[in-house]
Write a protein that binds this ligand. Sequence first.
Ligand code: NAD
Ligand code: WQD
Length: 360
Amino acid sequence: MSGKTVLVTGGAGYIGSHTVVELIENGYEVVVVDNLSNSSYDSLSRIEILTKHHVPFYHVDLCDRAGLEPVFQQHKIDSVIHFAGLKAVGESTQIPLEYYHNNILGTLVLLELMKKYDVEKFVFSSSATVYGDATRFPDMIPIPEECPLGPTNPYGNTKLTIEFILNDLFKSQTDLWKFAILRYFNPIGAHPSGLIGEDPLGIPNNLLPYMAQVASGRREKLNVFGNDYDSRDGTPIRDYIHVVDLAKGHIAALKYLDSFETTKKTGICREWNLGSGKGSTVMEVYRAFCKACGEDIPYEVTGRRAGDVLNLTAKPDRAKKELHWQTELNVDIACTDLQKWNTENPFGYQLRGVEAKFAT
Ligand code: NAD
Ligand code: WQD
């Protein structure tokens, strides 16, 4: 048991909540900060049931320095995992200022307080979106970390900007800072307990949450965004990664940063892809999900979605070699776990039991 305290920003959200569980199971103390703009406190209540462990929670916006500073004063924070951010690609093109403000300013305030309170280890949620359309470089698929970067939307630009900020800060004191930049591919699934999972507000943007809502009768049918791509069945290829595998990647990154602290006596700022290395098409995932449901859910092929690309599959070798991490689960297991979460919580965290029956 490490007993070290990890500050998890955005810990009430989808990936954050699963990571909090893994942290507790690995003996870390956890403190969560979240403004609940895209989540609810119920996820943390469920974590307490699951882990039988109290999770201190601060309902604070990261951009609110005066609200955040007491968290650093009240806890001896050893490291930070930074999930908090706005993440909807389409929305970011409609309200880019909100995205830049929230994601960049929130990160700056957090880093400034880390500097002030001598917290040097930081794990950042970046995204495969920083690669943009990697099919521009056919010899770069599967995508290694060295692939040229080129996000194509404001959300992706905020992620790359934060990567730049981290690199610049590291260069200012290379013996001090220890930064792990994790570029996630497509996180899916839910905790196998059925107690925590993804709970999107409004109409889901992503494939799996949308299919889940079709299965539970909240949406009429899945729209498959184009089947005229140059893939084995005409639908785009993504590297879907079980959220529990992804959560474990954060423990591996923290341990790696710890090892720098204890043995190397130097800092680091480095990027790792977190993906499986295996691409699945939309129709392959659709079939896996139908199998998990025990029935075929309705779908219709519609036109391509603006901004979609043919193939985003990770080359995860660096994470395997350096973080000693690789995926252990797969799309079938993720679909089974998602469907368990979905059937046991058809309306997410907020509405359960009788209330759920009357929800629209
Ligand atoms: P999420 O929306 O479920 O979680 C993010 C959490 O951050 C939410 O609980 C939200 O309330 C909180 N938050 C947002 N802005 C905040 C602020 N200013 N102050 C405090 N809390 C704030 O999203 P997620 O899917 O769990 O994603 C977590 C991180 O991983 C995000 O940074 C996201 O960009 C990144 N990421 C997600 C995916 C994905 O497909 N889910 C892929 C790649 C990267
Ligand atoms: C997957 C595939 C769609 C919905 C996004 C962000 C990326 C990262 C992960 C944060 C695509 C198809 C989808 C639907 C469909 N997030 N699809 N019908 O676009 O690969 O990645 O989430 O960093 O930045 O862009 O994920 O789940 O939206 O789509 O046919 O209703 O499913 O066309 O091929 P995407 P997704």
